[in-house]
Design a protein around this ligand. Structure first.
Ligand SMILES: NC(=O)C1=CN([C@@H]2O[C@H](COP(=O)(O)OP(=O)(O)OC[C@H]3O[C@@H](n4cnc5c(N)ncnc54)[C@H](OP(=O)(O)O)[C@@H]3O)[C@@H](O)[C@H]2O)C=CC1
Ligand SMILES: O=C(O)C1=N[C@H](C(=O)O)C[C@H](O)C1
Length: 267
């Protein structure tokens, strides 16, 4: 049995992960954490979904979380995630990272930590979105620059980072298909008198509102036609199932930094 610890177990994804850990064969709910001073600290981790106690109290000590399980699943904040990565590397604990909004220095910290731990990081753990990424790369590689690439995303009103990690991942896939660097090609914001669209750009458009779980479209707008590849999430369970699959997959792998394409065999 793989002992799972859920970082940020009181959050939207944290609760979904607790529920799925309780219901998934081969894993056991062993630990959970919340931010220091949070109301849930000290409660049984299963209580966040109203389930029978599992005998593990929610901690606000990240070291205790990492020490109390074989695999931490982390959908929290960039600052918490990099701290978990350092601790996971020191103990050889598996780390599955769903947190988005990580900066370049955070990603470097995760890479360094992966010399001491198995880390799976993905901005989206669903099977559908990872297939969409593979399709996006293929379509971008097939079409020429006369097809303008625009990436649209819509999320719930509580989301704090933009564009979404998934939208940026789709941008990376499109850029890789075209053989260009996303940082150089991306138009992440447009406002005012921007001038006409330049060839070769990859544009982003962000919507926030309501309780939308996560919608993403990659549009290839060409002369006389448009191709739109769309994924719409209606249940956060797709991310929780992917994260648990990643933890079980990583348990059989050597230390290193992996993505969902590795877990799903799409690489
Ligand atoms: N990769 C994927 O498939 C997916 C990724 N995500 C990403 O996951 C992240 C979380 O999303 P969501 O669940 O909606 O957000 P929430 O804000 O609902 O959940 C985050 C939780 O982490 C807690 N937290 C914050 N800091 C710490 C800390 N230092 N230690 C322990 N817990 C902490 C928060 O507590 P508090 O409320 O007190 O701050 C909160 O309970 C986002 O980055 C989101 O983009 C979301 C869905 C799918
Ligand atoms: O914050 C969310 O909710 C989501 N975040 C991830 C992202 O930034 O892409 C994944 C999913 O879209 C939901």
């Amino acid at each position: 049995m793989l002992r799972i610890g859920i970082a940020g177990c009181g959050g939207r994804m944290g609760r979904m992960l607790v529920r799925h850990t309780l219901d998934t064969p081969g894993v056991v709910l062993a630990a959970g954490s919340e931010r220091s001073g949070g109301d849930l600290v000290g409660a049984d981790v299963a209580s966040v979904v109203g389930a029978e106690p599992v005998g593990a109290a929610i901690t606000d000590d990240p070291a205790a979380l990492v020490a109390g399980c074989d695999a931490v699943i982390d959908f929290t904040t960039p600052a918490a995630t990099v701290a978990h990565a350092d601790l996971a590397a020191a103990r050889g604990t598996i780390l599955v990272v769903g947190t988005t909004g990580l900066g370049a220095s955070d990603l470097t910290r995760l890479s360094e930590a992966a010399s001491g731990a198995r880390i799976v990081r993905a901005p989206n753990m669903s099977v559908g979105v990872n297939l969409l990424m593979a399709l996006t790369r293929k379509v971008a590689a097939t079409l020429g620059e006369d097809y303008d690439i625009e990436i649209l995303e819509h999320h719930h009103r509580h989301k704090v980072d933009a564009p979404s990690g998934t939208a940026l991942g789709l941008g990376e896939a499109a850029a890789a298909g075209r053989g260009v660097d996303l940082d150089a090609a991306a138009d992440r914001v447009r406002d005012g008198h921007t001038g006409a669209r330049e060839d070769g750009r990859i544009g982003f458009a962000v919507l926030r509102g309501g309780d939308v779980v996560g919608d993403h479209t990659v549009m290839f707008a060409g002369p006389g036609e448009r191709i739109e590849l769309t994924h719409k999430a209606s249940d956060r369970a797709i991310y929780a199932r992917g994260a648990l699959r990643a933890a079980l997959w990583a348990a059989e792998r050597p230390n290193g930094l992996y993505g969902m394409a590795d877990v799903l065999g799409l690489g």
